[in-house]
Design a protein. Structure first.
Length: 132
């Protein structure tokens, strides 16, 4: 049975390496009449994001958020998120509640923002050679 829920995510990301980010933050989950706040830690590499969260409200309950992100075209600082392998888990009772979360995240850069790289490349000659 599906239950309506909302998740508010907030956090900070710091660069680690050429394509990696370390992420810390919080997630507030409203599920039915319950509200739980999780402290998140994780990373992003390429277009994959992985977060794990714990809560002080319940000893053995954790949240795992795994999925993908991509920048939103023509909207600098905004990213589309799709957490497709995610769950809230009670490790002691061995209960796993799967989650599917899709949404958009707006970011505020706190350092120097790099200009977007937009470069048009004509590959028609290569495609013609490939298929002829």
């Amino acid at each position: 049975q599906a239950v309506p829920a909302t998740f508010d995510l907030s956090g900070e990301a710091g660069k680690i390496g050429p394509r990696g980010w370390k992420i810390i933050g919080t997630a507030t989950a409203e599920i039915g009449d319950r509200e739980v706040t999780f402290d998140l830690q994780g990373h992003a590499r390429g277009n994959h994001v992985s977060l794990k969260g714990t809560t002080s409200e319940f000893d053995n309950v954790v949240i795992h958020l795994n999925g993908y992100f991509a920048p939103v075209a023509d909207d600098a600082g905004s990213f589309a998120l799709a957490f497709h392998r995610s769950a809230i888990v009670n490790e002691q009772a061995q209960i796993r509640i799967p989650l599917i979360l899709v949404g958009q995240v707006d970011t505020t850069p706190i350092g120097d923002a790099l200009p977007p790289v937009v470069e048009s490349v004509d590959v028609s000659a290569e495609l013609t050679a490939l298929f002829n």
